[in-house]
Design a binder for this molecule. Structure first.
Ligand code: CU
Length: 94
């Protein structure tokens, strides 16, 4: 019985992560620092499942300058990050 439940949970998890590929999953973050000059933002972020990354504080690029201009240190955001040309980039902000 236990095994069955585990399998059911596992398949539900796999199904859930497969469907979340199209339905974007936002991660909580707090903006720590914005560097317009370098086009970078420091974010204390929660777990980034798509990047297989635990919560931490780190530097991201942003998909475009408009996005960066709207960011302010101390602001809580919900965002999606991904690798763009090998660089960790904020691709979407709620
Ligand atoms: Cu990180």
């Amino acid at each position: 019985m236990k095994v069955f439940i585990k399998l059911a949970l596992a398949s539900a998890f796999v199904f859930g992560s497969l469907t979340s590929v199209s339905a974007a999953e936002y991660t909580q973050g707090v903006i720590k620092k914005v560097n317009m000059k370098l086009g970078k933002v420091t974010i204390k972020h929660g777990e980034l499942k798509n990047l297989d990354m635990p919560g931490m504080t780190m530097v991201f690029r942003t998909a475009n300058k408009d996005m960066l201009e709207k960011m302010k240190a101390g602001t809580k955001i919900q965002f999606i990050a991904d690798r763009v040309k090998g660089k960790l980039t904020v691709v979407e902000v709620k």
